[in-house]
Ligand binder design. Sequence first.
Ligand code: URA
Length: 434
Amino acid sequence: MNILDIIAKKREGKELNDKEIQYFVEGYTQGKIPDYQAAALIMSIYIKGMTKQETTNLSLAMSESGDILDLSKFGKNVVDKHSTGGVGDKVSIILLPIIASLGIPVAKMSGRGLGHTGGTVDKLESIPRYNTNVDIQEFIQNVENIGISMIGQTMNLAPADKKIYALRDAIACVECIPLIASSIMSKKIASGANKLVLDVTVGHGAFMKTKEDAQKLANEMIDIGRLANIETVCVLTNMNEPLGYAVGNTIEVIEAIKALKGDVPEDLKEVVLELGSYMIKLAGNGDNIQENKEKMIENIQNGKAYNKFLEMVKNQNGDITYIEDTAKFEKAKYIVPIYSEKEGYIHEINAEAVGKLACSIGAGRVKKEDVIDKAVGIELVKKVACHVKKGEVLAYIHINKEELVEESRRKLLDIIKIKEEKVEQEKIILGIIG
Ligand code: URA
C-alpha cells in the first residue's frame, strides 16, 4: 500500500477501505507520512466527502492511535460533553463544575481554538499556573479525589486527531462533516465515557451554517457512537451571535466565574441548563429534564458549583486568588469603547466575524504556531434585539496593539448591524436529536 495511491483514490472521489484509512492514520501519527501528503488527502476528503462507513472507520482508526481510557471504575454510566465549536462558548467551564457538584464524575479532555472558534483549554490556561497538561494517572486520580478534572489533549489520547486537527486548521479544512464527526468521536471513544451529550452549534459562528447540515452532523456522530457503545444525545444550539457577552480568553473565564456565582446571561444559561439536564439524565441521576435544570440552578445558588470550580482549579495548581478576585487578572493595555452611531435595534452581530476579529487582535491563532494573547478580546455590551441610542456603548475591544485599534473599532461597528425596525430574539435551543 502507498499513500500516493490513497490520495489519488480519494481525489477521484472513490471510497477508501478500512485498511487504507488505517494506513494513513498510523503513518501520519508516527511521522512516516509528511504533512504535505496528509494535507493533500485531507483536502481531497474535504472536497469529495466520505461515506458513513469511511467516517466510522476514520473515527475508529483515530481513536486507536493512542491509549483508550477505562473509566468504568466511576460507575456504569460515565457521561462526557463536547461542542462542535462556537464563539464566546465558555459552556464547559460553567457546566462541568455544576455537574460535578451534583456528584456526577467529570473527566473532560478539551481542545484548543480551531478556525475562528475558541477552545476551552486556551481559556483555562489564562488562569495563572492552571495545569492542563496532566498525564493519564493524575487525570484519573483527580476525578477520584474531587470528582472533576479538565485537561487538554496533551496525553496519548487520540494523537492522530491532535495532528489532523492542527493540520486542518492550517489548510482551511475545518468545516467538513466527516472530519468534524471523526475528530470529535475519536476523542470521545478514547476518553472512555459511555454516555455523551454533544452541543451541535448552528449558524454564522458555527462550522455548520444551516440546521440541515447540523442535523446531518448530529446523526453521523450518533451512529458512530452507537457502533462504539456510546449513547449520544445532540442538542442543536444557535450560534448566530456570540454566546454570552465575552469573546476572548481571560474575559470569557471571568464571565464563566460570574455565571457560576449566579450572574449568567440568558442565552448562555439556556445552553448550560439544556446540555446539563441531558448529562444528568444519561448519568442515570434523573429522567425529568425540568427537575434536572432545577437541581443545577440550586447548586449555582447554594455556591456548590462555584466551590467545585475553585476546588478543581486548586487541584490543578491554578492560583485561586484570581478566581476569588477577578480584578487580579492582567488586563489589555487598551479597553476601547465602541459607541453607536445611530439609534435603533440591533439586528445582527455575526459571530464568525466577531471570532475572526478577536483572532486578528491576538485572542486566537491565525497560524498554527501563533501564541495567544490571553487578555485581548471583544466584550459585547448589547446583544441582538436590544434597543440602542446614538452615542451608547455597544461593546469594548480589549486590545494590546495600538496600531490595530482604529481598524478594529471600524470593523466591530460594521459587524453590529442596527436598523430602525424592532426585531425578536432568536431561539437558542433549536432541537434535540438522539
Ligand atoms: N471540535 C473538535 O474536537 N473537532 C472538530 O473538528 C470541530 C470541533
